[in-house]
Design a protein around this ligand. Structure first.
Ligand code: ATP
Ligand code: SF4
Ligand code: MG
Length: 346
């Protein structure tokens, strides 16, 4: 694991869709708005993606692009009000989660979906030992007697690499280092063997070496359990080693999707190109780092046409008036740019 974009070796890849041909998760044309005092913020504007069992989708984009809000809508934990899902479908194992009642939704979330957050300290209960918190998952959901649940908890702590797990099971979250706490949160997420995990910036708060260890652990467990993983991150360097495919978001839309290596080799959207050019690469030594000029738009007033046009070095007149559709540009690749050909081959 590095923070550069050196290419990793091949991954075993996703498990094909089940007998019914359905992917594990399919988000279709999802829309989310926040009704705020400043107006309606259009945070998610027609996002579609698919994740198969055993597959890792990385979701990438600058701050405010709608990565977390999309994930919150999938998990059913959107802050509402002020946030509302105003359109789309979230098909999980073939069922639209948006059509489920509150109780059923909660059941699916408990048993089949799990989320890992950036900040373990606020996600874990500060007044309960980690062994008790993990054990509680088995007691409540698996109806295990307390002692057996505790043993399972210790086993899981071992599995995620907590040294002296039995001795440490009685410790509280604040007694662990940031990296160890993140491992505990991974253990919490894995306890009930979910089918899909969403990890929202799971390593951002950690220092670089610990980041790499935690990310490797997550990737290893994801393969072992054949889970789907959605990995939300700012950091293109992190995803190269662990993701199968990438979706790049801008102003609440997906602007490019591609298998991870294709995207690194040749992006098909100027925004992706800007992101790639703004990170250090070993194979580009000596080249000056680029920064995308300007800021992402205010989501209460997204510019007409291509939302990226005020910042795009390739923008032409058409970009200011016509929204480019997310179109297939090669097998398994899409881009929402009027000039994707020039970008891909330029
Ligand atoms: N609770 C909220 N109330 C009002 N608006 C919100 C709320 N949560 C999100 N938003 C709006 O949705 C937009 C997208 O937020 P989101 O958290 O998805 O961004 P992100 O891509 O995850 O960014 P970051 O990389 O900073 O985590 C925000 O810029 C904001 O306009
Ligand atoms: S559509 Fe135009 S403005 Fe948008 S990314 Fe492509 S070239 Fe740039
Ligand atoms: Mg976020």
């Amino acid at each position: 694991m590095t923070t550069t974009t050196d290419e990793p070796g091949p991954r075993p890849g996703p498990v094909p869709a089940d007998g019914h041909g359905a992917p594990l998760l399919e988000v279709r044309d999802l829309r989310v708005e926040f009704h705020t005092r400043d107006g309606v913020a259009k945070a998610v504007n027609g996002v579609s993606y698919r994740v198969a069992a055993g597959e890792t989708l990385a979701v990438l984009g600058e701050s405010g692009s709608g990565k977390s809000v999309t994930a919150q809508a999938v998990m059913g934990i959107l802050d509402s009000p002020p946030g509302y899902v105003t359109g789309g479908e979230i098909l999980f194992q073939g069922r639209d989660l948006l059509k489920l009642g509150r109780e059923e939704r909660r059941r699916v979330r408990g048993a089949k979906l799990a989320m890992i957050f950036q900040d373990a300290l606020s996600a874990l209960n500060p007044v309960l030992s980690v062994g008790a918190q993990l054990g509680e998952m088995y007691e409540v959901h698996r109806k295990m007697p307390r002692r057996r649940a505790r043993d399972q908890a210790v086993e899981l702590m071992r599995r995620v690499g907590i040294p002296a797990a039995r001795d440490r099971a009685g410790d509280y979250p604040h007694q662990f280092s940031g990296g160890m706490r993140q491992r505990i949160m991974i253990a919490m997420a894995l306890a009930l063997e979910p089918d899909l995990i969403i990890a929202d910036e799971p390593t951002t708060a950690l220092d670089v070496t610990v980041q790499a260890q935690v990310m490797d652990l997550l990737a290893e467990l994801q393969r072992e359990f054949t889970m789907g993983l959605i990995l939300i991150t700012h950091d293109l360097g992190v995803v190269a080693d662990v993701a199968d495919k990438i979706a790049v978001m801008y102003a609440g839309r997906i602007v490019e999707t591609a298998p991870v290596h294709d995207l690194y080799r040749a992006p098909a959207h100027p925004y992706t190109r800007g992101l790639l050019d703004s990170i250090p690469r070993l194979d580009h030594k000596g080249r000056e780092l680029y920064a995308i000029k300007g800021l992402p738009p205010n989501l209460t007033a997204i510019p007409p046409g291509c939302p990226f046009h005020p910042r795009c070095p390739l923008a032409q007149d058409i970009c200011r008036t016509e929204l480019p559709p997310l179109a297939e540009v090669a097998p398994g690749r899409t881009s929402a740019c009027h000039f994707w050909k020039e970008t891909l081959h330029g």
